[in-house]
Each structure stands twice: as C-alpha cells, then as structure tokens.
Write a protein that binds this ligand. Sequence first.
Ligand code: UDX
Length: 443
Amino acid sequence: MKVAIIGTGYVGLVTGTCLAESGNDVVCVDNNPKKITVLQQGGIPIYEPGLQELVARNARDGRLTFTTDLAAAVRAAQLVFIAVGTPQSDEGDADLTAVFAVADAIGEALKDVPPGPPGTRVVVTKSTVPVGTNAQVAERLGAKGCSHVDVASNPEFLKEGAAIEDFMKPDRVVVGARRPEAAEVLRELYAPFLRTERPFLVMTPESAEMTKYAANAMLATKISFINEMANLCDRLGADINDVRKGIGHDQRIGFQFLFPGPGYGGSCFPKDVEAIIAMGRRTDLPLELMRAVDAVNDAQKRVLFEKIRAHYGDELAGKTLALWGLAFKPRTDDIREAPALTLIDALLEAGAQVRVHDPEATANVRAIYGDKLHYADRPYGALEGADGLVVVTEWAEFRNPDFEVMKRLLAQRVIFDGRNVYDPRMLRQFGFTYYGIGRGARA
Ligand code: UDX
C-alpha cells in the first residue's frame, strides 16, 4: 500500500519504518527541513533501540523516503497518517493546532483529486487526541470539499524503548471508523502484524479515541496506587516488594505496572492524565480518581528528595549526590517529565552538588543544566567523592554493580534506590545505608 506519514516524531517515525518493513511504500513527511535532511542522510533524530538499522535498511531498499512536500506525498497515498505532536495546552487540554493544520493541508492537497469509492483514501489519526477530534478532522476535510475522504482513528500503544517490538507484535490494534471500508483498508495494512491471533478491534472514532486515554489512565492509576501503598509500607515497616508479590499472584491483580518508583514521567502519562481531567471538566464530571492519580504522582516525584533530606538533615547543603539514570525510564534518551529533573532541581535548590550519569540522556540534561552539574561518562565516575548514590532510572547496567568498588569511590556509603533494584539486606551487609521505595525504612 502507498502510505504517507505526517510527522516524523517518535510515533510517526516508528510507524512509518515498521510499515515499510512489512513491504509498504512509505513516505514520511515533516515541516522541519533539518529533520528531513538528517533522515535522508541516514540519521535519526531520536534514540530508540533498533530503529536506526531499520530506517537504514528500508531507506536503502527504497520503501522508505522522507520529504517536506506534504501535498505531493498525500496525493500519492491511499493511507495518510497524522502523527504530529499534541502538546499540553495551558488548560491541561491537548493542543490540537498541529493536528488541525495538517488536516487542512491534507484537505487542500486532495480537494481537486477526483473522489473514488469508500476506502480509496483514508486519513488516519495516530496522534493521541481528545474524544471528538476525528469528527472535527472530518469536518475540516469536508470544508475543503473532501467529504468523500474517510477519516479513521488508530491510537498507538507503543512504549518508548520497546517501540519496534510493540509495533511489530501489538497486543491489539484499535481502529475507529464510520465506514466499514475504511476499517477494512486498515485491517489489511495491519494483517502482517496480527498473525499471532491478536485482535483487530473496530469501533466508532469516539470509542477509539477514548480507548487510548482509558489505557493510559489505567496504567497511571496502577503506578500511583502502588506508590501510595509503598509510602504506607515505609511508614508502617512493611516491605512493598513482598506485598507486591503477595498481591501479584492473584490473577485478578497481576504483576504488570505495579513497580513503585519516583513517579511516572514521559511524554504520555502526565499529559494524558491532565487531558482526561480536562475532558471531565468540559463535561462537568469531576473525575476524582484521575485527579488523585495526578496529585499522588506529583508528590511521588518528591519522595526521593524527602528521603535524602531526612538522611542528611541540615547538612544537605554542601553534600554531593551521585545520580544514576536521568531518562524517564531505561532505553530512551527522553527526559520529558522525568523524575530526575524534579530531584536535580530540589538538590540544587538545597545547595547540594550533583554528579550524574545516564547511558543515553546526558546530552539532553546538559542542554538544560549546563555546568551546574558534573557529567560522568561512566557510572562509577559519578560516584567519586559523592556522599550518596541515588538510582533514579533502572537501566540494566545499574542492576549488578561492583559494590566493593562503589564503597571505595563513595565518600559516604549511602544508597537511595528509587527503583528498588537492590536487595536491602545484601547492601546492608556490604556496609551501605539503604533506602528504597516502600522497603520499610522505619522498621
Ligand atoms: C506509555 C504506555 O505504556 C504506552 O502504551 C503509551 O502508548 C505511551 O505511554 P511510555 O511513556 O513509553 O509508554 O513508558 P512506560 O513504559 O509505560 O512507562 C511510563 C512511566 O511509568 C515511566 O516513568 C516508568 O518509569 C513508570 N513506571 C512504569 C513505573 O513507575 N512503574 C511501573 O510499574 C511501570
């Protein structure tokens, strides 16, 4: 199939590349000429494991091309995906400026193209958009004389760091369409990825839009739930890691997304929870649970700092803390809404020195903090002379370090384990003072 993807951000680039990999003829469009030049020269503007190689192979084989010419790409395509950003507006809503600008440009490009039977041309919204947006996109296309063009919603559930795997083997594909022909085109497009009997679910555009928010709201709720339980464990002397196992074996509960930590970050959960609260506000529904999920997470982003402050007391000013992990989660260089940033701000404000290491995200952090921090190329480099280590992101390389080496490098043997990656008992045997999240600190 001939596919145009508008927007070469995270979702657009992964979608375009994976669709090319399955044999489609894909053109990726962006209005940023610098991004397009980088892509045309074989580079990629983001870090995602495996993506560079996949882009290079498909570009070499001619199935994947890049352009700034939206009109030409759209006219040549049967399927046009809108995958531009929907940042948070001041009111907490998703800002749809880019989505609507692209919808208008698509309408403009297609207005003189003779209409075909249903399904001839389908505009697919992949960006996460509030319920009702697909209907507005359809209206805008209609206003340009393109009411024959189908509009479908196809939300994306991929996780950063595992995006290609998630796209290639989705748990499900969700499509919202008014006319069955549009859904059928997408069923054909996704068939190669659904060979393992994963479902292709067709519903209305409104339900598809809502599905995306409900999925992320549920996951964010699980995280805030376990974080709240962990904080209570800290106060009562229980160990959340045992409690987690104790509840997870109940199949109605399960183990996934119940790992306590320094709060969720990233480009999706914080924004989508705000957006769902805004949808409630617009419809006079208070959405108390969502507001609590959000508030618990805001507070959780301070938990590591509170533990650090409680440990060093008034002497925190002048102390040096080493941070391992800055990205909002492992296997990405993304620092959007990362708990590490909240912690760095609080430490600097308290007068502490901060030494940091992250396998991929250092450049992005340096762009914000410049020479206010010390940047170490290696994990152990961050520890030299530090009064304590804070593990903020659970990169695999932090899981099994040489604790003897760490003891030599650190000025004080204190570990704040923000992801519960270490065994508290073992660390105490090594002579460390250990703080986890919900590991019964006051027991
Ligand atoms: C998420 C959704 O998982 C994905 O389906 C959606 O399309 C986009 O949003 P992503 O933001 O890439 O994906 O990351 P994810 O792995 O879901 O983690 C989000 C945040 O939650 C991270 O900060 C992570 O550290 C945190 N988290 C996750 C926890 O604190 N505990 C957990 O048990 C799981």
